[in-house]
Design a protein around this ligand. Structure first.
Ligand code: HXC
Length: 257
């Protein structure tokens, strides 16, 4: 499929989606939301794709929801259209998504990065929830996912002051999984995609489902769910292959079955 606000490419074992409105610092308008969620759904359904990498063209990952598109938005229009609800489609993707955060990840851009599963930050990355400066608040999960990711103290600090944090503080706070030099960012993201491509697609979907449930449920319910998924994993050919390969001291050949 051809898109106008993103680039979507299939590579060997993974897909790469690049937000491509660099002149607007990849501001997230409705078209970007529609295209990005459509591309992600397409790759989610493609058996040859084991993970998805998302990055931004130019000096931003995404500098937030598109302020020019929102400035005259009214309550009734936003409420009726349930503005931003379409982003949930990205959060429902079952394959691992790697965010390669190359620059500004602000507002909706930070929220988009937090919808991904592994967040890799370039040393040039800047994170923030500056909606307070516009007289609004985060609208795509910032108050919820950021608080779960880095705790109340830092989430309040960022959302109330609108200040930006760099990659080092983001990693220290638990927002980013790894920080790398700008020139190493895409290699790092692609190497993670390569690692994931060598695993069982079923096992990685089970992992994603189980870890995400930790944000939704009580410990007792979560532990029970994890146990049941573990039991279910014993019904896969990949479990038999993975454990046989270990015992036979060879590399496993997973078949995603
Ligand atoms: C629309 C944006 C934009 C945005 C940048 N641009 N961010 N357009 N929406 N979120 C545009 C600018 O208007 C400008 O276009 C071009 O991108 C380059 O940006 P500059 O501001 O000239 O660059 P710079 O001076 O380097 O500053 C970079 C920046 C700044 C610090 C990232 O652009 C900025 O503060 N952006 C807004 C960040 C923000 O507030 N995000 C949260 C949005 S609200 P022109 O055409 O003028 O050259 C949100 C959730 C909303 O995400 C939820 C509410 C319900």
């Amino acid at each position: 499929t051809e898109f106008s606000t993103i680039l979507a490419e299939k590579h060997d074992g993974y897909a790469l989606i690049t937000l491509n409105r660099p002149e607007a610092l990849n501001a997230l308008n409705l078209e970007v939301m529609t295209e990005l969620t459509a591309a992600a759904a397409e790759f989610d359904a493609d058996p040859e794709v084991k993970s998805i990498v998302i990055t931004g063209a130019g000096r931003a990952f995404a500098a937030g929801a598109d302020i020019k598109e929102m400035k005259d938005l009214t309550f009734s229009k936003a409420y009726e259209a349930d503005w931003f609800a379409g982003w949930q489609d990205l959060a429902s993707v079952r394959k691992p998504i790697i965010a390669a955060v190359n620059g500004f990840a602000l507002g909706g851009g930070c929220e988009l990065a937090m919808m991904c599963d592994i967040l890799i930050a370039s040393e040039k990355a800047k994170f923030g929830q500056p909606e307070i400066n516009l007289g609004v608040l985060p609208g795509m999960g910032g108050s919820q996912r950021l608080t779960r990711a880095i705790g109340k103290a830092k989430a309040m600090d960022l959302c109330l002051t609108g200040r930006f944090i760099g990659a080092e503080e983001a990693e220290r706070s638990g927002l980013a999984a790894r920080v790398v030099a700008p020139e190493a960012l895409m290699d790092e993201a692609v190497s993670i995609a390569g690692v994931i491509a060598g695993k069982s697609r079923i096992a990685s979907a089970l992992v994603k489902e189980a870890v995400n449930l930790a944000f939704e449920t009580t410990l007792d319910q979560g532990l029970r769910f994890e146990r049941r998924l573990f039991h279910a994993s014993l019904a896969t050919a990949d479990q038999k292959e993975g454990m046989a390969a270990f015992v036979e001291k060879r590399d496993p050949q997973f078949t995603d079955s």
